[in-house]
Design a protein around this ligand. Structure first.
Ligand SMILES: *Cc1c(COP(=O)(O)O)cnc(C)c1O
Length: 360
């Protein structure tokens, strides 16, 4: 098959520049005579790869010095448990915006008091609930959100109030898609496989003073953030090849794209093209509250499940793959993360027009 445009929600498409560079370096990385996969994680070659990846992420996201950058395994999903295990002492306030917060809520409940500050469940998660400080439980330690809801296509445009509490955010599907002010958060986590590399690496950005507020008796060193801080993410063998690929992706973001302001412009351009087309179309619609629309996950439906199925099948024949919506939403979903080129979105819109002319 020739090269396709891959609209998968994750693992997702990677920049061709990154894949090509990884291919070029596959057999002989940095004149070491071996692949990165074969390197000892204690070697100076690998220490440089890890150090460079951290430095690049710090520069790109403008991460202040009082924040740690950690590389973990276990995906975004292990963070659903690690966050309350480490930081829920007096309770957690969680805003429920879909599948990924539901899972976080289920894990948090096992470990401590869990207060649902707001939820958009009644409207199938098509909006971001607006809360005030009064919606929060006065006793909780932190407010927890999922900033971009990968399945439903919603995104916070403003962070919720959290006076006197920490703010912890799941940025798995929007990290590095736009500049953010890291100091607005106390902890950010993200699985790499949507915007930053392959599956298997989770990035944690943690304000250092969070460690002063940890629970005691964390059952395993591997579940304790302090272990990763004290050992430069190398208490055990880290996901070395994944960290290398994250490093290459950050290099692409910095040196090829030109930083997160530039990346955001491209992402907004792609998203606006697609939303503008959907909004004027007679066939397709997007169910999300316009102010809360995601820039990177765009669900749409025809209103006819049989026609949706036909769309997915015919799109695939045209090399537009993995565009089926999540089973809880139905229809289609175009995930257009950083690595999806503008041409991919143009190709999708061209196909949508043709399909609409044929079947509407
Ligand atoms: C994909 C995703 C997850 C789950 O990530 P895993 O790495 O599969 O555990 C969590 N949160 C969000 C927002 C996601 O998009």
């Amino acid at each position: 098959m020739s090269k396709v445009y891959n609209f998968s929600a994750g693992p997702a498409c990677m920049p061709e520049w990154v894949l090509q560079k990884a291919a070029d370096e596959m057999l002989n990385a940095n004149q070491s005579g071996m692949s990165v996969m074969e390197m000892s994680h204690r070697s100076s070659d690998f220490e440089k790869i890890l150090g460079d990846a951290k430095d690049r992420l710090r520069r790109l996201m403008n991460i202040p010095e009082d924040y740690e950058i950690l590389f973990l395994q276990g995906g975004g999903s292990l963070q659903f448990s690690m966050v309350p295990m480490n930081f829920n002492k007096n309770g957690a306030d969680i805003i429920n915006t879909g599948q990924w917060t539901k899972k976080a809520i289920a894990e948090t409940k096992k470990l401590g008091k869990t207060h649902i500050a707001a939820s958009s469940a009644d409207d199938n998660f098509t909006f971001i609930p607006k809360i005030t400080q009064d919606d929060l439980d006065p006793d909780t330690d932190y407010v927890y959100i999922c900033e971009n809801n990968t399945i439903y296509g919603t995104k916070y445009k403003n962070l919720p109030p959290h006076e006197g509490k920490r703010l912890i955010a799941d940025l798995s599907s929007c990290i590095c898609t736009e500049p953010i002010n890291v100091a607005d958060y106390d902890m950010i986590f993200a699985g790499a496989q949507k915007n930053l590399g392959p599956a298997g690496v989770t990035i944690v950005i943690l304000k250092k003073d969070m460690l002063e507020q940890q629970n005691e008796n964390i059952p395993s060193a591997m579940l304790d953030y302090k272990t990763y801080v004290d050992n430069n993410s190398m208490y055990n063998t880290p996901p070395t090849y994944g960290i290398y690929m994250v490093g290459l992706t950050l290099e692409w973001l910095e040196d090829v794209i030109g930083g997160l302001e530039e990346m955001e412009k491209i992402n907004h351009k792609k998203a606006n093209m697609l939303y503008d087309y959907i909004d004027q179309s007679k066939l397709y619609s997007n169910p999300v509250n316009p102010q809360d629309r995601s820039y990177v996950n765009i669900p749409f439906v025809t209103g006819n499940p049989d026609l949706d199925k036909k769309f997915v099948a015919e799109a695939k024949e045209r090399g537009l793959v993995n565009i089926k919506g999540h089973r809880t939403v139905g229809g289609m979903r175009a995930s257009i993360y950083n690595a999806m080129p503008v041409e991919g979105v143009e190709a999708l819109i061209d196909f949508m027009k043709e399909f609409e002319e044929k079947y509407a």
